[in-house]
Design a protein around this ligand. Structure first.
Ligand SMILES: CC#C[C@H]1NC(N)=Nc2cc3[nH]c(NC)nc3cc21
Length: 372
């Protein structure tokens, strides 16, 4: 029995697609960029700016939220939307990646993963069933399966073992997800490292199990862009064409444009906020490092044609000063400016695909970045 499908494709231009994904908390226009609110907040940005920037959906992390303030407390307080004040769609990651990247003393067995909290050292167990229970307690619109994310570098056998385990956990997650409230979704995660055969096996295996949507994980971890794109080309064609595809943790504006070209519909990345806090501005003319002294006397705004007021009103000199002085306002302004740029890029992508002009949009956008 196939799962209900809340994704509607509106247009395609080659393998690039644009559509809408209906969730219990609202509609997501795709291709979509999801700002990362790891612990239930956007670092240094109010939800008001996130909404005004054009974001339809934000991401939270099971690992962080289950440790603090705990899933049970969030449920008792009405769920993630009520608790955080973000009254829109939320996707939550399952914890697989964060346990690998943050937790101390991680032990993986068939049952699940045992780890020590990086906050207080408490020992916790995360099984596929608990990962689904936690996301149910959050009230997540889109939940992610629990997967095993191997620390790189890893042997092919290690990547293969983790991919096979993740497929078995995907089955268990789907069973645990049964009975979820109407409209809530569960995505599987394609694994397989940079091994084409493993990527194909993982994608085909997840398609057999059947999910509301499919993520591709384990890319943008330092491999060259052409390797990342090659793995997308291996996996995407094997995933159900009528379901959303989400490339996890990606990426730069160029990564996203190239992934959209290859059929990806959803993205999340910490770059806009993390690099914003470090003084980097993403613009139509490429990245500007406001720490650089050459901006100290520059009265020009970042982009006089930007749709985001702070990007066309504050001078580069002032932003340079805020960054050098370590003023919180500097990090806040550049974070929201970057999120707004990522959203404007996705809006342009959606319009271009709908008009059958994605190739021209891609070429013009890349030319803008190169112009500097
Ligand atoms: C292997 C694998 C895998 C994926 N598994 C889960 N549950 N979440 C992820 C989150 C990510 N963030 C980034 N940033 C580069 N890559 C990610 C990959 C995953």
């Amino acid at each position: 029995m196939s799962l209900p499908n809340s994704f509607r494709l509106l247009a395609a231009d080659g393998t690039a697609r644009t559509g809408v994904l209906e969730t219990p908390h609202g509609v997501v226009r795709t291709p979509a960029f999801m700002p990362v609110g790891t612990a239930g907040a956007m670092k240094g940005i109010h939800w008001r700016e996130i909404r005004e920037s054009g974001a339809d959906i934000v991401l939270g992390n099971t690992y962080h939220l289950m440790l603090r303030p705990t899933a049970e407390r969030i449920a008792a307080l009405g769920g993630l939307q009520k608790f955080t004040g973000w009254n829109g769609p939320m996707l939550t990651d399952s914890g697989g990646f964060q346990v690998m990247s943050l937790a101390k003393l991680r032990k993986v067995t068939e049952q699940g993963v045992r780890f020590k909290s990086h906050i207080d050292g408490a020992v916790l167990d995360l099984s596929p069933e608990r990962a689904i229970e936690v996301q149910r307690l959050f009230g997540s619109d889109i939940a992610m399966q629990l997967d095993e994310c191997v620390r790189l570098p890893a042997s092919r056998d290690e990547v293969d073992r983790a991919m096979q385990l993740s497929l078995r956990w995907a089955e268990r997650c789907k069973r645990a997800f049964e009975g979820a409230p109407q409209g809530h979704m569960l995505f599987g995660i394609v694994q397989g490292g940079d091994v084409a055969k493993l990527r194909r096996q993982s994608a085909a295996g997840l398609g057999e199990i059947g999910f509301h949507g499919y993520a591709i994980g384990g890319l943008a971890v330092g491999e060259p862009q052409d390797v990342m794109l090659a793995m997308i080309e291996e996996a995407a064609p094997l995933l159900p064409q009528d379901r959303p595809r989400y490339l996890m943790g990606v990426g730069t504006p160029d990564d996203m444009i190239e992934a959209v070209k290859r059929g990806i519909d959803m993205f999340d990345c910490v770059l806009p906020t993390r690099n914003g806090r470090h003084g980097h501005a993403f613009t139509r003319r490429g990245v500007i490092n406001l720490r650089n002294a050459r901006h100290a006397d520059d009265p020009r705004p970042l982009d006089e044609e930007s749709s985001w007021p702070p990007a066309r009103s504050y001078s580069r000199a002032y932003l340079h000063h805020l960054v050098k002085a370590g003023e919180a306002l500097g990090a806040m302004l550049l974070s929201e400016i970057n999120i707004a740029y990522f959203q404007s890029l996705m809006a342009g992508v959606r319009e271009a695909i709908a008009a059958g002009q994605f190739a021209d949009f891609r070429a013009a956008t890349k030319a803008g970045w190169a112009a500097g």
